[in-house]
Design a protein around this ligand. Structure first.
Ligand code: BT5
Length: 295
């Protein structure tokens, strides 16, 4: 049965067409925009993938892919941390994974999430002028809502590091979120009222990353980045709820230490007395929430 073409259906079709005319990403154009020495100099672009992190891990098995950036227009099975989903529709996001094949100790790899958060945050500020902040350890937030998430994974062979993959998901020009997501998520376009040129943002983030990564790699810690990171940390000097798998507690977030752990001041009963203690919270083990909301 054919459907009657009404004003409403025409409007809906036009909306679909416009939605499809997004700024198409182009790997050779992005490579030309890159002003880095190595990071993001090679770009592997895909129209549609399950997850750029999965592709990046496969490419990371081949040597000479240190710094290669995997980009996709759409992810059908985008991944968050701890088995969660990452919503990655076509055309209006930046879904990318950076491959690193560094000579660092395995236990230091998780610090790269924080190095990346700093780079993404600075890139967003530079290109959009928005006041973005870092929500420890892996989110970038604007006005209390999440605009970017980072997922660092690695592959090892015989306990030796094969590659590290840093997945970065940014809601760039997205207009709509599901009822559930719109409570905590936003996009750069919704916050700035302007369409974002994704290529410029990708290039800016890679440039910041290369510089911060160089500082991290000297001693394989965050000593040289703590000051900048803590300045951008939205949780700093705020009450946070630390949610572990078996317990949760509230405390005052003080900032990170040089291993990237969050220092949280709280009170505990020790031998019958209430004492102020500073807890060292490691990423991967917990979720952090504001006491009254997401941040
Ligand atoms: C993250 O996990 O924030 C890491 C997200 C990493 C995504 C990138 S995209 C490129 C690369 N390839 C992948 O497959 N992944 C990486 P987590 O902290 O666990 O947050 C996940 C939670 O964020 C979900 O449970 C939702 O509540 C929410 N969420 C899902 N999609 C979102 C979106 N597009 N924007 C904001 N929040 C979202």
């Amino acid at each position: 049965m054919s459907k009657e073409i009404t004003k409403e259906t025409t409007k809906a079709i036009m909306k679909e067409i416009t939605k499809d005319q997004y700024e198409q990403l182009d790997s050779s154009f992005i490579e030309k925009q890159m002003t880095t020495k190595c990071i993001g100099k090679k770009v592997a672009y895909y129209n549609e993938v399950d997850s750029t992190n999965v592709i990046a891990k496969q490419l990371g098995k081949k040597p000479d892919n240190h710094g290669t950036l995997v980009l996709a227009e759409q992810q059908n099975a985008g991944r968050g941390r701890l088995g969660r989903n990452w919503s990655s529709p076509k055309g209006d996001g930046i879904w990318m994974s950076l491959i690193l094949q560094p000579d660092i100790r395995i236990e230091h790899a998780s610090m790269l999430t924080l190095v990346t958060a700093l780079a993404v945050n600075q890139g967003i500020r530079k290109v959009t002028g928005l006041n973005s902040f870092i929500k420890w350890p892996n989110d970038i937030v604007i006005n209390g809502k999440k605009v970017c998430g980072i997922l660092t994974e690695m592959s090892t062979i015989n306990e030796k590091l094969e590659c590290i993959v840093i997945g970065i998901g940014i809601n760039a020009n997205r207009d709509l979120f599901s009822e559930e997501l719109k409570i905590t998520a936003t996009s750069l376009k919704l916050e700035s009222g302007k369409e974002i040129e994704r290529t410029s943002l990708i290039a800016a983030i890679m440039l910041y990353f290369e510089s911060y990564y160089g500082i991290f790699a000297k001693e394989e810690n965050l000593k040289g980045l703590i000051h900048d990171y803590n300045k951008m940390l939205i949780n700093r000097n705020r009450q946070v709820k630390i949610i572990g798998s078996n317990s949760e507690y509230i405390g005052l977030a003080l900032g990170i230490n040089e291993t990237g752990a969050l220092l949280v001041q709280t009170e505990e009963m020790i031998t019958g007395e209430k004492k102020t203690v500073i807890k060292t919270v490691m990423s991967g083990e917990v979720s952090v929430r504001g006491v009254y909301g997401y941040v």
